[in-house]
Design a binder for this molecule. Structure first.
Ligand SMILES: Cc1cc2nc3c(=O)[nH]c(=O)nc-3n(C[C@H](O)[C@H](O)[C@H](O)COP(=O)(O)O)c2cc1C
Length: 371
């Protein structure tokens, strides 16, 4: 380092922190977890071509810095569905969370509350949405649901969520059945029902087996937008459609009443062969044309990825495996460290791009590489 270089904040260099980089957190998570649980976390569907495509897509975009821009110290602050965030990041609804740490999404929510990040709390989580809310009453929380199988469970969950302090619903539309996850098949691995039924242990709920029988009822057709709009009709909460990859589906989601679109291929865990989420983002952003807020997930691994997604039209990103790795590496502290490293890297990237904040990012910050 020359004397002219400006050092990153002291907390990120030589600070004695256990994890100096996000990669170290991922490595610690892998070390802490049994091999079959790591495979469940890290793996994708089929031959994992979509899982890899998600990462390759980020590498195809190069940054175009604007030097000597006079830009102010950059701010990463933003808002999403009315929630004020310290940076444009939410944590994904990842179920079976107690496999990674006993506190699961409760620890994630506490880390998020401390770091100004919003949680999307999974229906198939290890703790109930009431428990997660109680763990971090100040965190911005969104409740995720699966519109599949029979409607009774979906409607009961909506009614239950309405008065629990959740600000929105996240409806996962790319999961009419589970993906073909070969690592789990090879490992003969399925999560213990106890880690995915936290929402169905409360008094008065149907038995977990009964709920899952209704959800995965193969005699039920795949839901339509009309059916979803009907089931949501009584809900006072705005909702996001999670798992959109085309402009046409974004249009249909907005017509059904969605306030937000999550461009996502479920982290490559559902339809193998589907395109990278980042590659589909410009098409979806064009179709949405400002009528809904846009989130992107699938493949975010560092702050530079956040900047690229925002430049291509996302308002925020959602992190799945990265947050799960923070949890597996060191519980609440690990998730907080993920957020702090992401925010520090994003701040560095914004400064080097000559942009004064996340809202200043647009396609002029990027150039697509030849390949
Ligand atoms: C272990 C695990 C469990 C997940 N469970 C759910 C779920 O129950 N519902 C859902 O909509 N998405 C689920 N997802 C997908 C995430 O919400 C998100 O779309 C994905 O992880 C984003 O990709 P990334 O992991 O590359 O960040 C899960 C992901 C992982 C890794």
């Amino acid at each position: 380092m020359t004397s002219g270089d400006i050092a990153p904040p002291a907390t990120f260099y030589g600070s004695g922190e256990r994890f100096a980089t996000l990669d170290e957190i991922v490595a610690a998570a892998r070390e802490n977890l049994p091999a079959e649980v790591w495979d469940f976390l890290a793996g994708g569907a089929g031959e994992e071509s979509t899982l890899h495509a998600n990462r390759d897509a980020f590498a195809r975009w190069a940054f175009l810095p604007r030097v000597m821009s006079g830009a102010d110290v950059p701010s990463t602050r933003t808002s999403f569905l009315g929630a004020e965030l310290s940076m444009p990041v939410l944590t994904a609804p990842f179920g079976a969370d107690a496999l990674f740490h006993p506190e699961g999404q409760r620890a994630v929510a506490r880390a998020n509350e401390a770091e100004g990040v919003a949680s999307i709390v999974p229906e198939a989580g290890s703790h109930s949405l009431e428990d997660v809310r109680a763990a971090a009453p100040g965190a911005a929380v969104i409740a995720q649901l699966h519109p599949m199988g029979q409607e009774a469970n979906f409607r009961a969950m909506i009614a239950r969520i309405a008065d629990r302090g959740y600000r929105a619903l996240c409806v996962t539309v790319d999961c009419p059945t589970g993906g073909w996850r070969e690592r789990n098949l090879r490992n003969r691995f399925a999560p213990d029902p106890a880690v995915i039924t936290g929402n169905y242990r409360a008094a008065g709920s149907p038995e977990p087996e009964e709920v899952f029988g209704q959800l995965f009822d193969r005699t039920e057709p795949v839901w339509s937008w009309d059916r979803l709009a009907g089931a949501l009709a009584g809900s006072p909460l705005p909702w996001l459609a999670k798992g959109i990859l085309t402009g046409a589906d974004a249009e249909a989601a907005i017509a059904a009443g969605a306030s937000g679109i999550v461009v996502s291929n479920h982290g490559g865990r559902q339809l193998d062969g589907a395109p990278a989420a980042l590659d589909q983002l410009p098409e979806v952003a064009r179709a949405v044309a400002g009528r809904a807020q846009i989130a992107l997930d699938s493949g975010i691994r560092r702050g530079a990825d956040v900047a690229k997604a925002l430049a291509l039209g996302a308002d925020v990103v959602i992190i799945g495996r990265l947050a799960a790795c923070g949890l597996a590496a060191a519980g609440e502290t690990g998730v907080r460290r993920v957020h702090r490293l992401l925010r520090a890297e994003l701040t560095t990237v914004l400064t080097l791009l000559g942009r004064g904040g996340v809202r200043d990012l647009d396609e002029s910050a990027l150039r697509r590489s030849a390949s």
